[in-house]
Design a protein around this ligand. Structure first.
Ligand SMILES: CCCCCCCCCCCCCC(=O)SCCNC(=O)CCNC(=O)[C@H](O)C(C)(C)COP(=O)(O)OP(=O)(O)OC[C@H]1O[C@@H](n2cnc3c(N)ncnc32)[C@H](O)[C@@H]1OP(=O)(O)O
Length: 226
C-alpha cells in the first residue's frame, strides 16, 4: 500500500455521531451551503456599481473570517455515524456542505438504480446557455457511482465513457443510472442526463473496488472465520 493510499483511508472515519446530531448539522450547514450557492450565482450575474462590488467583497471576507475561526484543516472526507448513516458532505458532485456541488439529491434503489431531478444555473455554463461538458461528466460519475453503491458493489471510477448526443440546456434536468452487470471486482453502470428534448448525454462507467478495500475485506472475513 502506498503512503497516499493510507492517507486517503484515514479520511474514511466513523465518528459515532447520532442520527439526531447528524440531522442537526444537516439543518445548520445545508442552508449555509445554499446561501453560498446563491452568492456564486449573484457574483456571476451582478451588475451593481463599483462601490457595491467593493462592499460585497468586504462583507464576504468578513463572513469567511468568521467561518474560518474554527475549521477542519483539510478535506472533509467520508464519515459514518453511529447508525451507519454516511456523510460525504465534502463531495464535489453532491456534498451537502459543498457549495460548488449542484444540489443533486440523488435517490437510489437497492436493485442498483439511481436518479435525480436537478437544476443547473448559470454558474455551470460551458457553451453559451448550455451546460459545460465537464459538469455533465461530474454529475454522471456521481449518479452512476451511487447506482453501484446502491446495488451493493461500490467502487472507484476506473473508466467513464461519455457520448454527448445533443447540447444540454441549463435549467431543469434529469439523470438516471442502473447497474448493467458485475464482472468480478468491476461493476459496469449505464446512465444518462436528459432535458425537455430528450437524452443529451449517455454514459457508461466501470467502477472498481480498489485493491486496498478488497484486501481489508478479505482480512476482515478471515478474522471473522478464524
Ligand atoms: C470503499 C471503496 C471506495 C468506494 C467509493 C464509493 C464512492 C461512491 C460515489 C462514486 C462516485 C465518484 C467516484 C469518483 O470520483 S472516484 C475518483 C476517480 N477515480 C480514481 O481516482 C481511480 C484511480 N484509480 C484507482 O484507484 C485504481 O486504478 C482502480 C481502483 C481503478 C483499479 O485499481 P486496482 O488495483 O483495484 O486494479 P487491478 O489492477 O487489481 O485490476 C482489477 C480489475 O480492474 C480492471 N481495471 C483496472 N483499472 C481499470 C480501469 N481504469 N478501467 C477499467 N478497468 C480497470 C483490471 O483489468 C482488472 O480486471 P479483471 O482482470 O479482474 O477483469
Amino acid at each position: 500500500m502506498t503512503e497516499s493510499t493510507s492517507d486517503q483511508q484515514l479520511l474514511y472515519v466513523n465518528d459515532q455521531l447520532s442520527d439526531e446530531e447528524i440531522q442537526r448539522e444537516a439543518d445548520l450547514y445545508g442552508p449555509l451551503t445554499d446561501s453560498v450557492r446563491g452568492l456564486i450565482a449573484a457574483t456571476l450575474q451582478t451588475e451593481v456599481g463599483e462601490s457595491d462590488v467593493r462592499r460585497a467583497r468586504a462583507l464576504i471576507g468578513e463572513a469567511a473570517s468568521l467561518l474560518r475561526a474554527k475549521a477542519i484543516p483539510g478535506p472533509y472526507g467520508v464519515r459514518w455515524g453511529a447508525s451507519g448513516r454516511k456523510r460525504g458532505w465534502g463531495n464535489a458532485a453532491d456534498g451537502l456542505r459543498n457549495a460548488v456541488a449542484p444540489p443533486l439529491n440523488i435517490r437510489t434503489d437497492p436493485d442498483g438504480r439511481a436518479r435525480t431531478d436537478f437544476h443547473l444555473g448559470p454558474q455551470y455554463e460551458g457553451p453559451a446557455g448550455l451546460v459545460h461538458g465537464g459538469v455533465s461528466a461530474l454529475i454522471l460519475d456521481q449518479v452512476l457511482g451511487d447506482a453501484a453503491v446502491a446495488g451493493g458493489t461500490p467502487g472507484m471510477t476506473g473508466t467513464l465513457t461519455l457520448r454527448y448526443r445533443r447540447p444540454t440546456p441549463l435549467g431543469d434536468l434529469y439523470a438516471e443510472a442502473r447497474v448493467d452487470r458485475v464482472e468480478g471486482v468491476k461493476t459496469i453502470v449505464v446512465g444518462h442526463i436528459s432535458g425537455s428534448d430528450g437524452i443529451c448525454v449517455e454514459a457508461e462507467g466501470v467502477f472498481i473496488l480498489p485493491r486496498w478495500a478488497r484486501e481489508a475485506i478479505a482480512e476482515q472475513n478471515a478474522s471473522t472465520a478464524g
